[in-house]
Design a protein around this ligand. Structure first.
Ligand SMILES: [Zn+2]
Length: 836
């Protein structure tokens, strides 16, 4: 086999040299007409490889990574032969324009970089088909137009951002379809099964992950992105098949930081797209639905990095197979869909090429401005928190985004305190300082600003994400530039761990510490935690402190040392079990942590994103085994070997229906632990488990109040805005914690929750109201006027004993998109500490 392949390669190579003028189109290469059926990912890879060898003087292909399922992630660089030969110089010059490379000044008389990203949502499949056509036409010697474009533009093509998702969809679709496609939308080939191909292997939406980079596809891609910093980024999607095409300009709200040029150039590109769509009689819309606010999209993230970022949306998606009859009676085919994406790709290249010097000048200005003036009202963000593990987690995020930072010691400053929400004076002490006077200054502003200004509240996504809340870090936003910032922190190296102590103490106040706990449990080390504060040899230790006694761990001390070194944890050796205040280590207030068997409800019925977040947390971050159980199977399996059952958001009969929940209730009564998250809590509230949903006075009065009210007289044209009054888009609330409860250990006095619905619960009568929302606990983000009053004086985090077992309620998803760092500790506490 190998020899044959080599021979084939030689033949291909030779024919490429001989027939460079005659490269194969996708139709010729694939053996079918593009769009007549779906192309699996490996064939797209094959075509890109073929083109790289057939047209090597104008194309360079690079594998920048691999997916969870082992598929290659590719970037194709396409340029004129002259530009391709100096590609590295072009890249470096581009970085000089941003200030990320400072060896010499950048030159604006260079080609603009246009980065085309296809198929980030795996089941929005037409765009990767279009990518092959784009590549071909850029390199087709007979195409005079693209030859012209490539004089002023270097094109970077990512043919498929999400290959695992794409193949999940395409493989399924190929199994469902007969010899011809059935365009009737009720046919099974239009009904994609759970979890769908939109997301990656762990069911993460990669178009929400740009800034957070929790997924390996994003992590690997962003390294390349930050090495190139393109002037234009296009992101290709699909929406419902009944919708016409969407292209820029985007809808409000726009983030206030977006520059006039970024706004107006979107319009220029949009008008050029419209010209081609008008000529063909194709329908489209602009300025609606797709806004520019949440920072982690394929349009906004590039925009906050100085680029013109745009979303393109073709009607299609998983319900459209390769042909579908729309609600106007027309048949929409895969060929139509890919042709539209091809057209906007080409049109974008045309506009950028014709205006490349304007684009380059504006790009340089964007960075000159940030580098010398900073960005926004607050110029510097100072993290005064002393929790090193949490700061390290934040630094990891900053590094991944190529954001520079330093340290300040002893400076007296005034700034906005995120936790008290007041302007206060403070002094730095080896504090992390993140300035907006840097190439990534705009991104810094957007990620750190305490409150983001919303011009219009009908946004597509969450409206608050300020990192100090997400990471639970005491921080200040300062209006001045801070001078005397050191590059390096004062680092304390942990001392050697003596091997013969009575025991060892480990602090527990970050997700890193939870990871260390898990590593110890996996290594078979016996770990306890202190339920109360205690002091030992003049040192105070907080509740939650992990205790590893020599007794029972005699053979494991080496492993303990290995794990604590790997986690860079500070170990406090102790020579006695006798404490000065608090409980001695033999007390029953010192809890032994059993290694528990954890299961997660997943499959049809569960929300795939929410289930995926828990799966990813255990599989890739905690590195702890978790048993995935299909929701449908729950009635037929025995949970006797399971200790903890995590129920993410979804729709489950076994929570709300009395009869179906009987078995589960018995399991909990016998000692099981349920951790219900998000709307799983809401369903339990309607299912006789012991908690109640809190209702507003208006909701309570609804039935009795039949009097006519002028408030019901609404204007038709204002329907959207009336809806907004009862809408919450993802806002931050401060939660007051019962710090004495294990669920709150390590979190501090408050936890900041990302609230995405108005569901709040009455205080538990039987159980522990560990996290409650009191009056005036609103912090940031959009909350509709009608529901603002409801979200107060209620329980959001609770524990309720149930027979010999436990139910833990986490009303908001604490690990939303896995970027809400402090929520990871909350969930870890629920699993590993509560009920031990
Ligand atoms: Zn999409």
């Amino acid at each position: 086999m190998k020899k044959n392949r080599l021979l084939l390669l030689v033949i291909l190579f030779t024919s490429a040299v001989l027939h460079a003028q005659n490269i194969k189109s996708p139709d010729e290469f694939l053996g079918y007409s593009l769009g007549s059926k779906y192309t699996p990912h490996y064939k797209i890879v094959n075509y890109f490889n073929y083109m790289a060898s057939a047209a090597g003087s104008q194309m360079k292909l690079e594998q920048y990574g691999e997916t969870n399922e082992g598929r290659p992630l590719l970037l194709a660089y396409v340029a004129s032969a002259e530009n391709l030969s100096k590609l590295e110089d072009i890249r470096k010059n581009n970085l000089r324009l941003t200030g990320m490379l400072t060896d010499k000044p950048g030159d604006v008389n260079a080609p603009a970089i246009v980065w085309l990203s296809y198929n980030v949502h795996g089941n929005e499949t037409s765009s990767s088909e279009a990518a092959m056509k784009v590549l071909y036409e850029l390199l087709n010697p007979a195409n005079a137009a693209t030859k012209e474009y490539l004089k002023n533009v270097v094109v970077i093509i990512d043919p498929c951002i999400n290959p695992d998702g794409r193949d999940r969809y395409v493989n399924w679709q190929m199994q469902m379809v007969g010899k011809t496609v059935n365009p009737n939308p009720i046919a099974r080939e239009h009904m994609e099964p759970w979890p769908g191909g939109r997301t990656n292997h762990y069911n993460f939406d990669l178009n929400r992950d740009w800034a957070w980079q929790t997924q390996i596809e994003t992590q690997q891609r962003l390294i390349k992105y930050n090495q190139w910093m393109p002037q234009v980024h296009s992101d290709y999607h699909e929406q419902s098949y009944n919708n016409p095409y969407y292209f820029a300009p985007a809808a409000e709200p726009y983030h206030e930081i977006i520059t006039p040029f970024q706004r107006s150039f979107q319009v220029e590109i949009g008008k050029n797209n419209a010209k081609y769509f008008d000529a063909n009689g194709w329908l489209y819309f602009t300025k609606e639905v797709f806004d520019l606010f949440y920072p982690s999209y394929g349009d906004t993230y590039p925009i906050y990095n100085g680029s013109i970022g745009m979303t393109f949306e073709q009607g299609g998606g998983p319900r459209s197979s390769s042909a579908v009859i729309t609600n106007t009676g027309d048949t929409l085919t895969l060929k139509d869909r890919l042709t539209h994406h091809f057209t906007t790709s080409m049109s974008t290249l045309e506009v950028v090429s014709k205006n490349s010097s304007r684009v380059m000048t504006a790009f340089k200005q964007f960075f000159d401005n940030t580098n010398s003036n900073g960005a926004g009202e607050y110029k510097t963000f100072v993290i005064t928190d002393v929790n090193t593990s949490r700061i390290n987690a934040l630094k990891k995020l900053l590094d991944a985004n190529a954001i520079q930072y330093g340290y300040s010691n002893g400076a007296s400053l005034k700034g906005y305190n995120y936790f008290t929400q007041k302007d206060e004076s403070f002094t730095t002490g080896n504090s992390l300082v993140v300035s907006t006077y840097q190439p990534k200054g705009v991104l810094v502003k957007v990620l750190f600003e305490p409150k983001s200004k919303l011009a219009d509240s009908a946004t597509y996504d969450i409206t608050a994400w300020a990192l100090p809340y997400a990471y639970g870090l005491q921080s200040y936003a300062v209006k001045e530039k801070i001078i005397n910032v050191n590059k390096d922190a004062v680092v304390k190296t942990p001392g050697e761990m003596p091997l013969d102590a009575y025991g060892y103490l480990l602090k527990y106040n970050s997700f890193e510490d939870a990871k260390l706990l898990v590593a110890l449990l996996k290594a078979g080390i016996k770990v306890r935690y202190a339920e109360r504060d205690f002091s030992f040899g003049n040192n105070k230790f907080s509740r939650g402190t992990l205790i590893i006694l020599r007794k029972g761990n005699e053979a494991k001390i080496d492993e303990l040392q290995k794990a604590t070194t790997a986690f860079r944890a500070t170990v406090t050796p102790i020579q006695s079990g006798f404490v000065e205040t608090g409980f001695d280590f033999g007390s029953d207030k010192i809890r032994f942590i059993k290694k528990l068997n954890v299961a997660l409800i997943t499959g049809k019925g569960s929300n795939s994103n929410d289930a995926g977040e828990v799966w990813h947390l255990f599989d890739k971050q905690l590195d702890y085994p978790i048993t995935l159980i299909n929701a449908d199977d729950l009635g037929n399996i025995n949970l006797k070997n399971i200790d903890v059952l995590i129920v993410p958001a979804g729709r489950y009969k076994f929570l709300s229906d009395k009869e179906s929940s009987a078995d589960l209730k018995t399991w909990v009564r016998q000692g099981g632990k349920i951790i219900a998250i998000d709307n799983a809590v809401t369903q339990m509230a309607s299912g006789d488990w012991g908690l109640k949903l809190k209702k507003t006075d208006e909701e309570k009065d609804k039935k009795e109040d039949a009097k006519p009210s002028y408030e019901d007289l609404k204007k038709f044209a204002e329907s959207e805005h009336d809806g907004i009054k009862s809408f919450i888009a993802g806002a931050i609330y401060k939660i007051d914690l019962d710090v004495t409860h294990p669920l709150a250990f390590g979190l501090g006095d408050n936890y900041y929750t990302l609230k995405q619905d108005d569901n709040v619960y009455e205080f538990l009568k039987e159980g522990w109201n560990v996290g409650v929302i009191k009056k005036d606990n609103y912090v940031a983000g959009f909350v509709g006027s009608k529901i603002k009053d409801k979200i107060k004086d209620a329980m959001l985090i609770g524990e309720q004993p149930f027979g010999n077992g436990d139910i833990i309620y986490l009303a908001d998803n604490p690990i939303f998109r896995n970027f809400w760092e402090s929520g990871k500790l909350l969930l870890s506490n629920a699993v590993f500490l509560v009920g031990q």
